[in-house]
Design a protein around this ligand. Structure first.
Ligand code: MG
Length: 302
């Protein structure tokens, strides 16, 4: 090929290459007018152990005082708390969010722990439905849990089958089960929001969903892409903490940047909660209101 022809061909190729990515990237760019995206409200939520107060009523009062409209409780003993929780929420501007685990055993156990999981998880799911929770959070197996089915394709298929049954049961109860991906130190085979979303899809039940936890999302290459991969069909809940030490958002300074993930949630019109699951280094009376303010500011900026 003569040099001039080669150059022309190369330039044509370059032009095509330049066009294609910009076409694709256009949908990922921040919305300039911002009207639709900014209409999505930030729905904040506190886990029970985070809200200040000596009892449930005081904790809910505290949530309301900060405009926090979600409340997340642990699943252990939930069946015995249904009336207490429903009565406490009556007439309030706070709704039940997700239920955080609380079952015994685990779904991938090779021994009697699987039966323990089935029994206790179903009890929690039933109770979750009675308090209008959006779902019960679960991890199929932590790294240290034994004896565990081997990490094979057969195990993945088994997991999807089992989740299908569990998801259908959850639908009957008016709630869902929510898969939580963790970091590799805790659960090496389900580390990405997209992984969890794909398992939820393959479980083929409207009752199987996934979530993202900004702490564990240190595994992600992009917070934005992670939430977008799950989309509104699968993304059911979000956890948040500071990004250096899992303290209260803001306690790790510049590291605590949630804008990229928030931008995805806004563009999705995500209707769920962003729930505090974190420790606290400073005085919670100061640090918690500051965190609420910081997250609202970053949401505006996203
Ligand atoms: Mg979490």
């Amino acid at each position: 090929m003569k040099r001039r022809n080669f150059l022309l061909t190369s330039m044509a190729g370059a032009a095509t290459a330049a066009l294609a990515p910009s076409t694709v990237l256009a949908s990922c760019a921040p919305k300039k007018d911002g009207k639709k995206a900014n209409a999505t409200p930030l729905n904040l939520c506190f886990q029970e152990g985070i809200a200040l107060g000596a009892n449930l009523q005081e904790k809910l009062d505290y949530c309301e005082s900060l405009g926090v409209t979600g409340f997340e409780v642990g699943g252990r003993g939930l069946a015995g708390r249904v009336d207490e929780i429903n009565n406490a929420l009556k007439g309030r501007n706070v709704r039940m969010a997700a239920i955080c685990a609380g079952f015994d055993g685990f779904i991938l156990a090779e021994d009697g722990q699987k039966d323990e999981f089935d029994r206790t998880m179903r009890e929690i799911i039933e109770a979750a439905g009675k308090i209008n929770s959006c779902g019960v959070i679960m991890v199929p197996a932590f790294n240290g849990q034994k004896p565990c089915r081997p990490h094979t394709m057969d195990t993945r298929n088994y997991l999807c089958e089992q989740l299908h049954e569990l998801g259908e049961f959850a639908v009957q109860c008016g709630t869902t089960v929510i898969l939580e991906p963790l970091n590799r130190g805790e659960c090496f085979y389900m580390r990405l929001v997209a992984d969890a979303a794909a398992i939820a899809r393959d479980a083929d039940s409207k009752g199987v969903k996934c979530m993202g936890d900004f702490w564990h999302m240190q595994e992600e290459t992009s917070d934005y892409a992670a939430f977008m991969a799950a989309g509104t069909e699968y993304l059911q809940h979000v956890h948040i903490a500071s990004r250096g030490r899992r303290k209260t958002p803001g306690e790790d300074g510049e590291k605590d940047n949630y804008r990229e993930g928030f931008r995805a949630l806004k563009e999705l019109g995500y209707p769920g909660f962003v729930s505090f699951e974190c420790g606290c280094e400073g005085d919670p009376k100061i640090v918690l209101p500051a965190a609420v303010e910081l997250l609202r500011k970053q949401w505006e900026e996203a």
